[in-house]
Design a protein around this ligand. Structure first.
Ligand code: GLP
Length: 247
């Protein structure tokens, strides 16, 4: 695990974009795992800039998103599919058929989760997975207590996550209570991982993930077991780490 502390959100985003771009130049048909939330937006902006100004080519890239709310159709402005369209896909030359986001409207959710896992395998596994982190240490929608070996499945969101995500909805009642999420086992099979965190409200979660015990109570702590993980954080998110890490 390589912890990289950057001065601010912008620097954090650029550092992550540099790594993504280098992997993409090396392997044009990169299988990229993507995350939603406010944290990776700066990374996506930088990738869009690199596409427009430097010709970074996404035409062969295959993507798999981590999660999706159950009950929100792809056109819903709070669905993760919509988020990805607006913040990345609509601005780069990615092929629609190579985009995968779990379908929160699937009739048979369990069968859909199995299908999702099969698709990841079919494309040879995820090369590089982008992750954010919840204030309670969750990754994707793997809430505290999730099995560290879990696969793509339905999860019930905790009150804290519902509260945290209410800012995107008109009222807290509108926040879905269930989601489809890649499992922790699924995420750990990615060949490389970049976990991003920014801001003071992530400092406790970052400390628990990087320096705490590996425990299902902080799902992000499993990253300590990954063979090639980058934890890229800004100074505020790193403020509770006891060790000194450099940028
Ligand atoms: C949601 C997503 C996670 C994300 C987390 C943090 O719960 N399912 O993938 O990491 O929010 O979001 P933010 O980056 O907005 O703090």
């Amino acid at each position: 695990m390589l912890v990289i502390v950057k001065e601010n959100y912008d620097e954090m985003s650029k550092e992550a974009a540099k790594i993504v771009a280098s992997r993409l130049r090396r392997k044009p048909n990169l299988v990229l795992g993507l995350a939603t939330g406010s944290t990776p937006v700066g990374l996506y902006k930088e990738l869009i800039r690199m596409h427009k100004e430097e010709g970074l080519d996404f035409s062969k890239v295959v993507t798999f998103n981590l999660d999706e709310y159950i009950g929100l159709p792809p056109q819903h402005d709070q669905s993760y599919r919509y988020f990805m369209d607006v913040n990345l896909f609509n601005h780069i030359n990615i092929e629609k058929r190579y985009i995968h986001v779990p379908n929160g409207m699937a009739d048979d959710i369990e069968a859909h989760c199995e299908w999702y896992e099969e698709q990841i395998k079919k494309f040879g596994g995820i090369d590089l997975q982008i992750l954010g982190i919840g204030a309670n240490g969750h990754i994707a929608f793997n809430e505290p207590g999730s099995s560290l070996g879990s696969r793509t499945r339905i999860k019930t969101l905790t009150q804290q996550t519902i509260k945290d995500n209410a800012r995107f909805f008109k009222s807290i009642e509108e926040v879905p209570k269930y989601a489809i999420t890649m499992g922790i086992g699924t995420i750990m099979e990615a060949k490389e991982i970049i976990l991003l965190a920014s801001g003071k409200n992530k400092a406790d979660a970052v400390k628990a993930a990087v320096e705490g015990p590996i425990t299902a109570m902080c799902p992000a702590s499993i990253i300590q077991m990954h063979r090639k993980a980058f934890v890229i954080v800004d100074k505020e998110a790193a403020s509770k780490l006891s060790q000194e890490f450099t940028g």
